[in-house]
Design a protein around this ligand. Sequence first.
Ligand SMILES: Nc1ncnc2c1ncn2[C@@H]1O[C@H](COP(=O)(O)OP(=O)(O)OP(=O)(O)O)[C@@H](O)[C@H]1O
Ligand SMILES: O=P(O)(O)OC[C@H]1O[C@](O)(CO)[C@@H](O)[C@@H]1O
Ligand SMILES: [Mg+2]
Length: 489
Amino acid sequence: MGSNKSNYNNNSDRNQIKVVTGDAGYVLQDVPHLCDYIPDLPTYPNPLQDNPAYSVVKQYFVNADDTVTQKIVVHKKSPRGIHFRRAGPRQRVYFESDEVHACIVTCGGLCPGLNTVIREIVCGLYYMYGVKRILGIDGGYRGFYARNTIPLNPKTVNDIHKRGGTILGTSRGGHDTSKIVDSIQDRGINQVYIIGGDGTQRGASVIFEEIKRRGLKVAVAGIPKTIDNDIPVIDKSFGFDSAVEEAQRAINAAHVEACSIENGIGVVKLMGRYSGFIAMYATLASRDVDCCLIPESPFYLEGPGGLFEYIEKRLKENGHMVLVIAEGAGQELLSESIHSMEKEDASGNKLLKDVGLWISQRIKDHFAKKNKMAINLKYIDPTYMIRAIPSNASDNVYCTLLAQSAVHGAMAGYTGFTVGPVNGRHSYIPFYRINEKQNNVVITDRMWARLLSSTNQPSFLSTNDVIEDKREDEPQVLDQEIFSEDNKN
Ligand SMILES: Nc1ncnc2c1ncn2[C@@H]1O[C@H](COP(=O)(O)OP(=O)(O)OP(=O)(O)O)[C@@H](O)[C@H]1O
Ligand SMILES: O=P(O)(O)OC[C@H]1O[C@](O)(CO)[C@@H](O)[C@@H]1O
Ligand SMILES: [Mg+2]
C-alpha cells in the first residue's frame, strides 16, 4: 500500500475511527479488530485450507491488503477516494473452532431472506469452520436478557430459507446495552451476528463499544436488513428485490381492475417509511403505473400541475390509471388535514398515518365534487404481504454471500463492522458509515428522471426547486451510473 500511514481519529461522534491513508488520495475506512484492544492474541491457520471444497480454489484467501473502492466513476485527476476492507476468508483466524460460541439475533421489521441469512451463518460456521456451538436469540435485542435461547445447527435450519419471517422472532425497542452485554458475557458468547436495519445497526454499534470497553474477546458483526433499502454505502439491501417482485402482483391487480371499468383508478400503497425505493423500483418494473409518489418528492393535489389535474388528463387519454404511493409520501399533507397525536413505535420510529386511504378518499371527493366525471377507484394495500414472503432466488444467493462474509470476518478477528456489497464487492464497513445517515431516493438523480419519463407524471417541482435540490445533490446508491457522495470532490 505504498506510503500508507495508519491512525485513529478521535472525535466524540466517531469514536476511534480507524483510517489508513495512502498515495493519490487513497483512504481506507477500516473496521476495528480484536487486536486493537486485546494485545498478543494467538492466531491459527484457517481450517478452510484443509476443506476439499475450498482447497482446490486458487487464491481462495483474500489478500490482507485487498480493499474495495467506493468510487467507481473516475476522472483522470480524481483522487482514489474512500475504500473499505474486502470481505472474505483470511489465511489466519483468531478463533479455534471449538472455542467459538456464536449467537444470532434478528431485530426490526420482517424482510424476505432473514431465514436464509440465519441458515447460512449456521451452515457457514459449522461446515467451513467446524463451529458447533451456535445460539439463536429469541425475539430481537430484548431476547438477550428476557428469553431463553434457541440452539441452532445445520439440521434445525435446513429448510428455513423456504419460509418467510424469521425463525428467531424479532422485536422493536428493548435495547438495554448493559443487560445485553452482560448476557453475552455470562453465556460465554464470543461471536455476535446481528441482523437488522438502521436502528439495529446503531444498536450493534453500542454493543460493540461496550464489549470493547470491557475488553472482551467478542466479535460483533452486523448484517444489514431492510426492505426499505434505506441503509447507506451498500449497493442494496437483501430482500429488496423479492419485495419489489411481490409488489408487482398488487400493481397487476390494480391495473386489471382499473382497465376493466370506465374511468378506473387503481391505488396501491407500498412500504417505504422515509425512502421510496420500493415504490420507485416497483413502478419502473411494472410499466403499468401512471404515477408514483414517494416521501422524497413532495406533491400537491389541486391546481395546475397538481395530481388531480394529471389524473383527469390520464383518464381522458387512457380511460384508466394506476397510482403507486409509498407509505411515507405526503405525510405533511395528511398532517394538515388529519389532526392526530404524533406517535412512535417501541424503537422510536414515527408511526405514519395511512396515506393510501387518505389519497383514495381525496381523489373520490375531488371527482364527486366536480360532478363531471364518475370514477371507479379500487384501493389495494399489500403492505405486509411484500415483506412476509420467502426471498427469491437472487436474494437467496445474496443472503448466502452476506452470511458467509460475516462469518469469515468474525473468524478473522474483525469486529464492529457491517458486511455488504460496495459496487458489487462484499466489504467490511465500519458502523459509523452505516449509521451516519439514511439512504434516500435522490430526485435530482437520473433514476428518478427515468421514472418520470416512464410514467410521464408531473414532477411537482418548480424550476427553483430543481436548482435548490441540485445544490444538495446526494448519491443514488442503486444507480451504478451516479457518483457517490465521495465522488463529488
Ligand atoms: N440508536 C439506537 N441505539 C440502540 N439501539 C437502537 C437504536 N435505534 C434502534 N435500536 C434498537 O434496534 C432494534 C431495531 O430498531 P428498529 O425497530 O428501528 O428497526 P430497524 O433495525 O431500523 O429495522 P427496520 O426499520 O428495517 O424495520 C430495536 O430493538 C431498537 O431498540
Ligand atoms: O408495522 P411494523 O412491523 O412496525 O413495520 C412497519 C415498517 O417496517 C418497514 O417495513 C421497514 O422499516 C417499513 O417500511 C414500515 O414502515
Ligand atoms: Mg429502520
